[in-house]
Design a protein around this ligand. Structure first.
Ligand code: BYC
Length: 329
């Protein structure tokens, strides 16, 4: 039903003949796989699309620290705690590289953060779900980072240089994150019946929200057609979702867990899995702010920002003094 209500941008993508000469030269560079750099001319829509996507991505990394940060004090061993701390720190780093990439497009980090805190900017729907047990940390690494890698590997070839280069480093770290999550799930599955049940319960709760991470179905994706013409995105949402299901189904079977989808089965003819209908109403409710943890996540981010004001003030006071000293010399 939703598909009939949404307008996509597929019919708005201009052909080369419809473009003015400057825009045509830009598109030809894209078609020739040349990277676009910050000082190059770019259409306003390209700049805006990148700011939207990169900042949504940066916010996701920052908000994404919260569900896992919740378990740092309760990790079951010292080793697991050290690994989880490192992973959450990596996510802060990813957020920072991405804010830097967005800043090259002429927007300030303060403006982006203000958009997040005022609810104007989106972040990934997945981070509005709670982490109830230790197995959820395994499920996040395995499924959420697994989905993130599937989406982000093609972004390494994005036409915008600073985003593409940030993604190369991020993808290396995401691979380690995915492996640590799968390792947690594997250990739980080799443990007691209660531990295996905990792993299954986490998979049951995280499976469908992980599929939603790839965004709305292609027919409803507002931005895909234009973003693909600009080589910001290389694949459609449904293509990546399908690849994720095909990659993850055998991994679940290998550790003896059942994916909570009675319609999931291998389709020889298509060379991929068929799978059940995603609850898009739930997805849109989460995007509207009505997910289980939206309010809590935003409160935590705003509080962290306010509590950190003295650090920012101290740093800028020092920077101002240093600048005055240089000017006086
Ligand atoms: N959640 O036209 P569409 C991570 C929005 S973090 C929320 O298909 P597009 C990690 C979309 O923004 C993972 N909103 O859009 C961190 C648009 O709304 P606006 C984050 C979503 O941009 C810590 C509308 O729906 N990864 O890896 O062509 C720990 C229509 O969608 C979602 C990225 O951000 C969603 N799931 O495609 C572990 C990757 N899906 O903006 C892991 C970069 C869609 O018009 N982003 N929307 O108001 C992308 O690749 C693309 O932006 C998307 C969406 C595939 C997400």
């Amino acid at each position: 039903m939703y598909a009939q209500l949404v307008k996509t941008d597929a019919d708005k993508v201009k052909s080369l003949e419809e473009m003015d000469p400057q825009e045509r030269r830009f598109q030809e560079r894209i078609d020739d796989d040349q990277k676009i750099e910050p000082k190059d001319w770019m259409p306003e829509g390209y700049r805006k699309t990148l700011i939207r996507q990169i900042s949504q991505h940066a916010h996701s990394e920052i908000v994404g620290q919260l569900p896992e940060g919740n378990w740092i004090t309760r990790a079951p061993t010292l080793e697991r705690k050290a690994i989880l701390l490192a992973k959450v720190q990596d996510e802060a780093g990813h957020g920072l590289y991405l804010y830097c990439a967005a800043e090259t497009l002429g927007v300030s980090r303060d403006a982006l953060i203000e958009q997040l805190h005022s609810g104007k900017a989106k972040y990934s729907s997945i981070f509005n779900y709670p982490t109830l047990t230790w197995a959820d940390i395994g499920a996040i690494g395995w499924l959420v980072d697994g989905a993130a890698i599937m989406n982000q590997v093609p972004l390494q070839r994005c036409s915008y240089g600073p985003y593409s280069r940030a993604m190369i480093r991020i993808c290396k770290e995401e691979s380690f994150h995915q492996r640590q999550g799968y390792d947690i799930m594997m250990k739980l599955c080799q443990g007691s019946a209660a531990q295996k049940a905990m792993a299954q319960d986490a998979l049951d709760r995280w499976w469908w929200p992980s599929l939603m991470m790839f965004g709305p179905p292609d027919a409803d994706s507002v931005h895909s057609a234009q973003s693909m013409a600009w080589k910001i995105k290389q694949n459609t949402n449904d293509e990546l979702r399908q690849k994720f299901v095909d990659q993850t189904a055998p991994q679940a079977a290998f550790i003896g867990l059942a994916i909570p989808d009675p319609d999931l089965k291998w389709n020889e003819e298509k060379g991929g899995h068929d799978f059940g209908e995603i609850d898009w109403t739930e997805f849109h409710e989460v995007l509207k702010g009505n997910g289980p943890c939206n309010a809590e996540r935003m409160e935590a981010r705003v509080k962290a920002w306010e509590d950190g004001a003295w650090v920012r003030d101290g740093l800028s006071a020092y920077a101002d003094k240093a600048a005055a000293r240089v000017a006086a010399e």
